[in-house]
Design a protein around this ligand. Structure first.
Ligand SMILES: [Zn+2]
Length: 1019
C-alpha cells in the first residue's frame, strides 16, 4: 500500500519537474526565437515538437514573440509599446507564419463578440477619428472565450493599434484584423510529417505609415488601395480579405499548403457577422447566386464533409444549449436531398457493414480511431471494435489502415446491403398507371401525351428482367387490361360494381414488361382513341385507387394516377369547396386541409404494402387538391399539377407535362425504402417535413424514393453540448434499387458547436432557414390558419433581428441592422409572403395555393429557393466577361439583378429563372439587333405573343443566350419551360408577380416591409 503511494508520489513529482523543465525550455527557446533570424523555424519547431510547452507558456511570452519578432517589430520600437506596422509587409509576415503553421495546425475560425457593436466609441471614436484604442482605453474589449485581449491590454497602451495583429496564444495562432474586427484562430495541434516550406529572407518592414484614418469603415480589401485616404466602400458583398490576398504577388508565391484556404476562411466568419444597415443598403443582393455557407471546420474536416446539396443545416454553428438557441430566435433544422442524382458515389460491397453497436451509426469520416483496433462513435461516443475485415482496404489493397477505407474517407457512400437488411427478397420494379378517361379527360387531351411519352420511354423505365407493368382506366366504371403474354391483343375488362371493387383476373393484370412488350405497345397506341366518343362525365377515382391498391399489394411499387376533375362517384367522392369570390380574401382561407380521410387512409394502406401513389392533377377547374394530395403525401409519392391543362389551348402546360413525364419515367427510383436520421447525443429531431409516413420516432417509411424529393426536419437541443466541439448528423436511406439490389445510402454532416450568440449568427444558412420556415408555415396554415402562419413568418424576422440588435449596444434606433449572414432574411421572408402558398389579397385559386404548399413540403432546397426567390438576369448585352467554360462551350455569367421592376429597362431583355419556368421579358424598346439576332424577329411589333423556344441562329448573341439558357437548364433535373413575355402578353402578370421587391395592391414593397419590421422591433 505504502509502496504504491510512494510510486504515485514519485510519478507526480517527476511529472511536475518535467513540466517545469518543459516550460522553461519552451520559454528559453521562444526567447531565442526573438533574437534569431530563423525565429519562424524555431516557432515551427516548437509547435511541432512541444505543443504542450506552447500551451503552458502563457500569453505573455507568446505575445512577446509577436511584438518583438525580428520582422514584426518596427525598428527602434521600445519593448513596451506596440509595433507600428504597415499592412503590406505585415500581412506578408502573417502569411509566411501561417504558411509554416498551416500544415501542423488545423484551422478553426472563431469570431469576436463584435466589440464594434458593443462599444460604440471603439468603433466610431477610435477608428473614424483616428484615435487609438489605447488612448481611449476601452476596458472591456475581451473576446468571449480567450484571453487574447488580456495579453494585449497588459501592455502600456500608448501606441495606435496596428491594422492587424498576429498572435500566438496558448493553443492557438490568432490573426486579428482590427479593420474588420475579426479574430481567427487555428487550434488543435496535430503532428504531421509534412515538411515546413523553406523560408526566404523576409523583406524588412517599411516604416509605418501614420495610422488611424477611416479604415475601420472600409473593407480590408480596400485598405491597401487607400490606406490614408477615406475610401468609401461601395460594395458590401465583397469578401475583402480574399481580394486582398489576390493582390499580393507575395501571396501567390506562397506554397500550396496555404492554398488560399486559411486566409480566405479567416475572413469568412467575421464577414458573415459584419453588420448591414438594411434600410440604407439597397444593394444587398449579391451579383452571383448565393451559395451555402461553409461550416467553420478545419480544412481536413471541411474536405470530408457532406456536400451541402445533399445535406444542409439552418445553423452551421450549432448552439451549445437550447437556451442559446432560444436567444438567437432562429429555427434549427436540417434540409435533406438524400437521393439526388450523383455523378460520383463510392459504392461499397463488404460482408460486414461497420456500425456502432450502441446507436447503429454507420462508420463515417468523423469517428475517431483510438487505435488500429478500436473506433469511437461520433454520435453516442461508444468505443467499438474494428472488425478484422475492415483492416483491409480494398482501394489501396493494403492492410492495417482502417482510417483509409472509403467509408471513412467519404461522407456520402452507398453500401450494398446483405440479407440482414431485407425483410423479404428485394421486390421487382412494378409500375401501375391509373388513367382518367372521362369526357373531361378526353377533352383536356392529356392521354395522347402520356401514352406517347410511355411509348418513347418504355425501354428506359428503370428495372431489370423482372420489371412489371399494368394499366387501369376509369370513368364511372373501372377498366382493367389483360396483357398476358400470348394474347393476340390486349383485353379490356370492365368492372362496374364500384362499391365493392374486385380484380377480375388478378394474375394477368400486372405483366412482365419484356415478355408482354408488344401487347403493351398495342395498348398504348390504342388507348388515346378508345374513349374518343365517351359521354361519361363521372369519375370513380376512389374505387380505381382501391383496385390499384389490391393489384399492387403483393409486390409494392409505384402507382401513377392521372386525374382531371373532382372524383364524383364511389368511395372518396368530393364536393367543390372553393368559393371563387373568396380567392382574393385577406381574411380566413378555408379548406386547406382534406375534406375526407379516405385518401390518407388509402395512402397509409399503400405505404404498408410498399406502394407509393404519385398524382398528376391536370384540371381545368377546382379538384380539391387538398384532399387528393393526401394519397401521395402519406405514401411517399409526388404531386404534379397542371392547372388549366389543355393539349392545344395551353401548349406550354402540354410541353411541361411532356418534359416532366420524360424525367419522371426515366429517373432513378428506389423501392421499399426507409430513412433514418441520427444525430449526436444531446440533439433531438422532432418534426419531419416531406412526403412519407413516420413509422417510429425517427424512422421514415418511404414506399418509393426518387431523386427529386426533398425533406426537412426540425431539431432541438435536449442536453447541453458543452463536452463536444463537433456534432454530426447522419441519414441512412435503405432502399431496393430498380435492379433488385438492397442498398444503403449514407450521408454524414459534421458541424462545429459554439457557445456565443455572435457565433450562432455568424453561421446562419439563411436559405436553409427560409426553406425550413416555409415548411413550418405550411403546417401552421393547415393546423391553425393562414394568417397565423403569415404572422409567424414576419415574427421570425422581427424576433431574430431584434435578438441580434440586443447583442449590440451600438444599434442606432433609426437603423435596421442585420449581420451579413442574415441580410437576405427579410427579403426572403417577404418573398415567401408573396408566394401563392401564403399570399392574401391577391386572387389565388385554392388548388394553386394548396399545390404551392405541397411544393414547399417536398422540393429540395435548391429548387425551392428558385421558386421563392427567382434569379433575374439582363441578357440583351451578354458578354464573355467572367464567363465560364464547360466542354468548349463558353457560358456567360451575367450579374444577378434584384427582383424589382425598376431594374427592367424598356431597352433591355431580361431572363428570370423561377425554377420550373424560365421567363424572358422583352422591353418595348428592346433593340432590334437583339430581337433579330436572338429571337429571329425583325422588331418588337412582329414578336408573337406566345414564344416558347429560342431559334438556333448563327449569331454571337444567339449563341451566348442559348448557351446561358442551356446551362441554366442543365443544372437541374426537371427541364423548365421557357416563356418569352412581351410587355402586353397575358403571361406578363405571372412574370411580374415574381418581382417580390415591388409593392403590390395587397403587399408591402421590400422597403416598406423593412420599415414594418423595424417598427415591430421598436415596439
Ligand atoms: Zn454510437
Amino acid at each position: 500500500m505504502l509502496c504504491l503511494l510512494l510510486r504515485v508520489l514519485c510519478t507526480l513529482v517527476f511529472h511536475i519537474l518535467r513540466c517545469l523543465l518543459a516550460i522553461h525550455m519552451g520559454k528559453y527557446l521562444l526567447h531565442r526565437a526573438l533574437q534569431s533570424s530563423h525565429s519562424l523555424k524555431i516557432i515551427h519547431f516548437l509547435v511541432k515538437t512541444q505543443p504542450s510547452t506552447i500551451r503552458r507558456s502563457g500569453d505573455r511570452v507568446l505575445w512577446d514573440i509577436v511584438l518583438h519578432h525580428g520582422q514584426l517589430r518596427a525598428p527602434s520600437q521600445p519593448k513596451t509599446t506596440l509595433p507600428k506596422i504597415t499592412l503590406d509587409p505585415w500581412l506578408q509576415q502573417a502569411a509566411r507564419l501561417m504558411q509554416i503553421l498551416h500544415p501542423v495546425l488545423e484551422s478553426k475560425t472563431f469570431s469576436f463578440s463584435r466589440p464594434a457593436q458593443r462599444h460604440p466609441r471603439f468603433h466610431q471614436g477610435v477608428f473614424q477619428q483616428g484615435h487609438s484604442l489605447l488612448q481611449t482605453r476601452q476596458p472591456n474589449l475581451r473576446p468571449r472565450r480567450h484571453s487574447l485581449q488580456n495579453a494585449y491590454c497588459r501592455k502600456p497602451l500608448t501606441a495606435p493599434l496596428p491594422p492587424a495583429v498576429l498572435l500566438l496564444c496558448p493553443t492557438a495562432l490568432m490573426l486579428w484584423k482590427v479593420g474588420a474586427i475579426q479574430v481567427t484562430r487555428w487550434t488543435r495541434f496535430l503532428s504531421t510529417s509534412s515538411p515546413a516550406p523553406a523560408l526566404s529572407v523576409p523583406q524588412a518592414a517599411k516604416p509605418a505609415k501614420p495610422f488611424g484614418y477611416g479604415y475601420p469603415i472600409l473593407q480590408p480589401g480596400y485598405q491597401n488601395v487607400g490606406l490614408s485616404s477615406g475610401v468609401q466602400t461601395s460594395n458590401p458583398a465583397y469578401s475583402g480579405f480574399q481580394q486582398f490576398a489576390q493582390q499580393y504577388p507575395g501571396m501567390n508565391q506562397l506554397s500550396s499548403s496555404l492554398s488560399g484556404l486559411s486566409l480566405q476562411h479567416s475572413s469568412q466568419q467575421p464577414e458573415s457577422l459584419r453588420p448591414v444597415n438594411l434600410t440604407q443598403d439597397r444593394n444587398i443582393l449579391p451579383v452571383t447566386p448565393v451559395l451555402a455557407p461553409v461550416p467553420n471546420l478545419s480544412s481536413d474536416l471541411r474536405k470530408l464533409n457532406c456536400n451541402p446539396d445533399s445535406f444542409r443545416c439552418t445553423l452551421t454553428n450549432i448552439p451549445q444549449t437550447q437556451a442559446l438557441l432560444n436567444k438567437a430566435k432562429l429555427p434549427l433544422g436540417l434540409l435533406l436531398h438524400p437521393f439526388r442524382d450523383l455523378t460520383q458515389l463510392p459504392v461499397i460491397t463488404s460482408s460486414t457493414i461497420v456500425r456502432c453497436r450502441s446507436c447503429r451509426t454507420y462508420i463515417n469520416p468523423f469517428v475517431s480511431f483510438i487505435d488500429q483496433r478500436r473506433w469511437k462513435c461520433n454520435l453516442c461516443y461508444r468505443v467499438n471494435d474494428v472488425p478484422e475485415e475492415f483492416m483491409y482496404n480494398p482501394l489501396t489493397r493494403s492492410y492495417g489502415e482502417p482510417h483509409k477505407r472509403p467509408e471513412v474517407q467519404n461522407s456520402t457512400v452507398e453500401f450494398i446491403a446483405s440479407s440482414d437488411y431485407m425483410l423479404r427478397p428485394p421486390q421487382p420494379a412494378v409500375y401501375l398507371f391509373v388513367l382518367d378517361v372521362s369526357h373531361n379527360a378526353l377533352e383536356a387531351g392529356y392521354l395522347t401525351i402520356v401514352c406517347q411519352s410511355l411509348l418513347e420511354n418504355l425501354d428506359k423505365l428503370p428495372g431489370d428482367s423482372r420489371t412489371r407493368i399494368g394499366f387501369i382506366t376509369f370513368d364511372s366504371t373501372v377498366h382493367f387490361y389483360n396483357l398476358q403474354e400470348g394474347l393476340s391483343q390486349p383485353q379490356m375488362l370492365i368492372v362496374s360494381d364500384i362499391d365493392d371493387i374486385f380484380l377480375p383476373t388478378p394474375d394477368s393484370l400486372l405483366v412482365n414488361l419484356h415478355e408482354s412488350k408488344e401487347l403493351i405497345k398495342d395498348l398504348l397506341n390504342a388507348l388515346p382513341n378508345m374513349f374518343t366518343y365517351t359521354r361519361e362525365t363521372h369519375s370513380a377515382l376512389g374505387p380505381a385507387l382501391q383496385a390499384a391498391f389490391k393489384l399492387m399489394s403483393p409486390t409494392g411499387g409505384r402507382v401513377s394516377v392521372f386525374q382531371t376533375q373532382l372524383p364524383s362517384l364511389g368511395a372518396g367522392l368530393l364536393q367543390s369547396r372553393e368559393d371563387p369570390n373568396q380567392r382574393s380574401s385577406t381574411k380566413v382561407v378555408q379548406h386547406l386541409g382534406p375534406a375526407t380521410d379516405f385518401y390518407k387512409k388509402l395512402a397509409l394502406d399503400c405505404s404498408g404494402q410498399q406502394t407509393a401513389v404519385d398524382l398528376f392533377l391536370l384540371s381545368s377547374q377546382y379538384s380539391d387538391l387538398a384532399s387528393l394530395a393526401c394519397m401521395s403525401k402519406y405514401s411517399a409519392g409526388c404531386i404534379y399539377y397542371y392547372p388549366s391543362f389543355h393539349h392545344t389551348h395551353n401548349p406550354s402546360q402540354a410541353e411541361k407535362l411532356q418534359k416532366d413525364l420524360k424525367r419522371y419515367l426515366t429517373r432513378k427510383i428506389g423501392f421499399e425504402a426507409v430513412m433514418r436520421i441520427r444525430c449526436t447525443k444531446g440533439l433531438s429531431i422532432h418534426t419531419f417535413h416531406g412526403n412519407f409516413f413516420v413509422r417510429s420516432t425517427d424512422l421514415l417509411s418511404l414506399a418509393n424514393i426518387n431523386p427529386d424529393a426533398g425533406f426537412a426536419v426540425q431539431m432541438s437541443i435536449e442536453e447541453n453540448l458543452t463536452d463536444t466541439s463537433l456534432v454530426c448528423f447522419q441519414t441512412a436511406l435503405l432502399y431496393t434499387s430498380s435492379k433488385g439490389e438492397r442498398r444503403i445510402r449514407v450521408h454524414t454532416l459534421c458541424l462545429p458547436v459554439v457557445s456565443s450568440l455572435a457565433d450562432v449568427y455568424a453561421g446562419v444558412d439563411v436559405q436553409a432557414a427560409i426553406c425550413l420556415l416555409a415548411n413550418m408555415a405550411v403546417d401552421r396554415s393547415i393546423s391553425s390558419s393562414l394568417s397565423d402562419a403569415r404572422d409567424a413568418l414576419v415574427n421570425a424576422v422581427v424576433d431574430s433581428l431584434s435578438a441580434y440588435s440586443q447583442t449590440s449596444s451600438t444599434s442606432q434606433q433609426s437603423a435596421l441592422i442585420a449581420p451579413t449572414s442574415l441580410k437576405l432574411f427579410p427579403l426572403y421572408v417577404l418573398a415567401l409572403l408573396k408566394q401563392k402558398a401564403f399570399r392574401t389579397g391577391t386572387s389565388t385559386r385554392l388548388d394553386d395555393r394548396v399545390f404551392a404548399m405541397c411544393q414547399m413540403k417536398c422540393q429540395p432546397l435548391v429548387h425551392l429557393m428558385k421558386i421563392i426567390h427567382p434569379n433575374l438576369y439582363r441578357i440583351d448585352k451578354l458578354t464573355d466577361e467572367g464567363a465560364i467554360h464547360i466542354n468548349d462551350r463558353i457560358v456567360p455569367q451575367p450579374p444577378l439583378q434584384k427582383l424589382s421592376a425598376e431594374k427592367l429597362t424598356r431597352e433591355g431583355a431580361f431572363l428570370m429563372d423561377a425554377g420550373s419556368i424560365i421567363y424572358i421579358w422583352i422591353g418595348k424598346s428592346c433593340e432590334n439587333n437583339f430581337l433579330k439576332d436572338v429571337l429571329g424577329y425583325p422588331n418588337y411589333a412582329s414578336l408573337p405573343q406566345k414564344l416558347t423556344h429560342l431559334p438556333e441562329l448563327d449569331t454571337l448573341s444567339s449563341e451566348r443566350t442559348r448557351s446561358f439558357l442551356s446551362w441554366l437548364r442543365d443544372n437541374r433535373p426537371l427541364c423548365p419551360v421557357l416563356h418569352v413575355v412581351k410587355d402586353e402578353s397575358p403571361a406578363k402578370t405571372d412574370f411580374f408577380q415574381h418581382l417580390v421587391e415591388d409593392r403590390t395592391e395587397a403587399a408591402f414593397s421590400y422597403y416598406e416591409f423593412l420599415l414594418h419590421v423595424q417598427q415591430q422591433i421598436c415596439k
